[in-house]
Design a protein. Sequence first.
Length: 253
Amino acid sequence: MELFQFLFFVWPLLFLLPVVIRQINQYERGVVLTMGKFSTVWNPGWKILIPVFQKLIKIDIRVKTVDVPDQEAITKDNIPIRINAVLYFKVLSAEKAILEVEDYLYAVSQLAQTTMRNAVGEVTLDELLSQKTQVSERIKTTVDTASDPWGIDVQTVELKDIVLPENLKRTIAKVAEAEREKQAVIINSQGEVLAASNMAKAAETLSKQKGALHLRTLQSINDLSSDQSNTTIWMVPIEALRAMESIAKKSNV
């Protein structure tokens, strides 16, 4: 009889335990509203909730990822592009995340989209392509400042893909190709100038030394003799031509 009475009073409590006891995990915080008013924030552990009078809202405080979808934007130099990004943030104040904004995840996503379009409109296409890190940091600072009243801490913003119009891609490719051709012409011309300068110095050195040109001629003949070609080239030193010219002048006199 006593056991029956004990079970009669205890078994309702067993059914009430899941309703009364709430578990807050380590990565969560619990915002408690008592009769519709904010009362406290619960830390991890088991807590007793008074049904009907109290309501528990759990907030995940781990770092969250927001994939900012493709956005149509126009750069400062009036070039239309499509751009997307990824944003990492975490909740610092569970109370503010519940009481100050209706849906903090949706609000952060919308704020990131608007800020990204505005940031793209403040830079040229060349600046956007070459300074992605600076543009990302500017977006992060703006979103972080605007979301502070919601208890949100924006940690990182990364620009992922910058999609250009097809006609602009072809134009950029042509510009890059023309730039490479320009550099090739400049390098070739510099090489020719250097080669001409060295040849002039060599010719000046050979002309100042007696017999130097003759020795150079003999060396060239020796190089040609090692070739298996049937063609024979006879080279006459400039000194011999000058001597023949001098003899011709004397005979005419």
